[in-house]
Design a protein around this ligand. Structure first.
Ligand code: GLP
Length: 242
């Protein structure tokens, strides 16, 4: 695991974009799984600028959605696919046929999760997982306790995740209680992982993730023994090592 500390969020976003762009240049048909949440938005904006400038070829990528709320209506404003589309897919010029989503309006979410894992397997696994860190150590919506072998599946959101997701939608009552998440097994098998962590509020959970015991109570702690993990954190999230 490699930890890189940046001065601030802007520098984190530039460094993250450099990392992702280099990986895409080396592997133009890479399979990526991409998070929503606030942290990766700067990286995605920087990548979009490169795509617009013609210096990033996204035409052969395969992109997988990381997580989704379950049981939404087709046009629900809280669709995490919509967020992925508006922040990453559309700005980077990625076509629908390049995308595997977790359909938040699926009539049978369990079947949708099984189909997703079949698509991950058919792609040969992920070349790159771009992840954020939940305040309780979750990856995607792999809520604690989360064993490393768990597949993509339907989950109930924890109270901590409901509280943190409230910021996205204007309050706790607006947060759906059920979700689908890419499994721990699929994420931990990624050949490369970029974990993006920003802000003082992530300080304690980042320390537990990187230095605490490897435990289902901190799902992200399993990254300690995964291959190819790069952690990009800003000084606010990791103040002691600069
Ligand atoms: C959310 C999402 C994750 C995201 C994480 C961190 O609940 N399920 O995919 O990475 O929490 O979000 P943020 O980057 O906004 O802190």
């Amino acid at each position: 695991m490699q930890l890189t500390i940046t001065e601030d969020y802007a520098a984190l976003s530039r460094a993250g974009a450099d990392y992702v762009a280099a990986l895409i240049a080396a592997s133009p048909a890479a399979a990526l799984v991409v998070a929503t949440g606030n942290t990766p938005m700067g990286v995605y904006s920087a990548l979009a600028a490169r795509a617009a400038a013609g210096t990033l070829d996204t035409s052969r990528l395969r992109v997988f959605q990381l997580d989704a709320y379950a049981g939404l209506a087709p046009d629900d404003r809280r669709s995490l696919f919509r967020w992925t589309n508006e922040s990453f897919l559309a700005p980077l010029g990625i076509r629908p046929d390049q995308v595997v989503l977790l359909p938040d309006d699926a009539p049978d979410p369990d079947a949708a999760c099984r189909a997703y894992d079949a698509a991950v397997a058919a792609a040969g696994g992920f070349d790159l997982a771009i992840l954020g860190l939940g305040p309780n150590g979750h990856l995607g919506f792999n809520e604690p306790p989360a064993d490393p072998g768990l597949p993509t599946r339907v989950v109930r959101l924890s109270e901590e995740s409901i509280a943190s997701n409230a910021a996205y939608w204007g309050g706790r009552d607006a947060v759906p209680r059920a979700a689908m998440t890419c499994g721990m097994a699929q994420l931990l098998a990624a050949r490369h992982t970029l974990l993006l962590v920003s802000g003082e509020h992530k300080r304690a959970i980042l320390r537990r993730t990187l230095e605490g015991p490897i435990t289902p109570d901190v799902p992200a702690s399993f990254l300690q023994r995964a291959a190819g993990v790069t952690v990009l954190a800003d000084r606010a999230a990791w103040p002691d090592t600069v």
